[in-house]
Design a binder for this molecule. Sequence first.
Ligand SMILES: Nc1ncnc2c1ncn2[C@@H]1O[C@H](COP(=O)(O)OP(=O)(O)OP(=O)(O)O)[C@@H](O)[C@H]1O
Length: 471
Amino acid sequence: MPESIWNHCITSLQSELSPEQFNTWIRPLQLDSQALANEISLLAPNQFIKSWVSDKFMSRIVELVAEAGATRETKVVLGVAANSLARHRRVIPEPDFKPMAVAPVVSNHSAPTSSDMVRADRDVDVEGGLKHQHRLNTQFTFQRFVEGKSNQLGLAAARQIAENPGGAYNPLFIYGGVGLGKTHLMHAVGNALIEKNPNAKVLYLHSERFVADMVKALQLNAINDFKRYYRSLDALLIDDIQFFAGKERSQEEFFHTFNALLEGGQQIILTCDRYPREIDGLEERLKSRFGWGLTVAVEPPELETRVAILMKKATQQHVDLPHDAAFFIAQRIRSNVRELEGALKRVIANANFTGRPIDVELVRESLKDLLALQDKQVSIDNIQRVVAEYYKIKVSDLHSKRRSRSVARPRQVAMSLAKELTNHSLPEIGEAFGGRDHTTVLHACRKIKSLQEESADIREDTKNLHRLLTT
Ligand SMILES: Nc1ncnc2c1ncn2[C@@H]1O[C@H](COP(=O)(O)OP(=O)(O)OP(=O)(O)O)[C@@H](O)[C@H]1O
């Protein structure tokens, strides 16, 4: 009985929430088999998820439980699974591979001397962590980060980690498109950790830098120093880990570092442009390990958040930005926060240059080129119209649930064109095609890509459509 009630809740919540929300908060909940009669007892894997669910979703869960036919006396209780900590403390198995041979050092010296080691340290930037704080951008703080629905989960998780590093949300994996605040959030945690403890060893680096440092350490025979340094950190923040894809030796080294830090209770934060499972060329064991802590998505900000970000950035620069001017910019620049910032910079520069106050007119003038370019940009509506016309079907067929090949294939073509030619995110595209899930859009993009290789017809169709839409 509790199972069927809870299944009803899950099904409803899955259709009501975004996939990220559902996967982060609802999917980890388990029904407690030890519950009392008349009780739906749910167990969260940790305190963080428990309190978030309790704040944001509990009232809806209670409604759904009633809707599923539970008696009036049925209580819904939420706890934390007893073994939740054990999960994070489990013994990490020894790596299941043999260390690769290290390339011999190309050097005039027969063996590295102690001065080589110092130089090596400096070269690979591992010397006593002297630079570990310099790499943090002090502007990227929590105070300067604007909260919105699109980044709420990431921000809450980052705040928790700043309070309690190395706790249950280790590693924190933040993923999402470009310019959406992933790096900012990661630095905000680092800055907060250093504010609390100025001696904390916090290292931020881009994954390419990790790879380059490791290669140098190998060349200089300083890999042990490299290892020692990384393992001595209190927190390791690595940006854009999609660059590890295909780099086997780096993945191997990172795997060791990752395990050592996790076991030592040191905090790891990673960012990526996509969900861990979707990184091609990344070893399975890394993918699965990335999911051990908390995985959160940041999404493109919605209009209100874009306005709030602009207002905050203007205030920080002591610039008077009227609300209607901010609104105008936010309405036009929708792709990401970095572009929003760039637009604001242009407006401010123009205001300084001409000595005029900022208003909608000045914004329009300052962003003339950008807006003209945007007007030329293809919209999803446009894609749907052109694709429907091309395949002689109705636009409504593209929104419908019909699965016949004559409709499903054009729909997939239209989705993949929307991904390619617009700035819309996968969930936004899914929404525009009759409220479909973002994974459906992803599947469509992959399908069309592989069909383009196999079928001359599809190649021809997509080429024609491309031309119709862009010229
Ligand atoms: N919610 C926000 N509030 C204030 N500023 C933000 C917010 N989100 C992003 N920004 C700003 O937008 C710019 C881009 O953000 P950031 O570099 O963190 O993006 P990113 O997601 O890491 O992108 P990339 O994948 O390209 O590295 C930064 O200047 C950052 O301060």
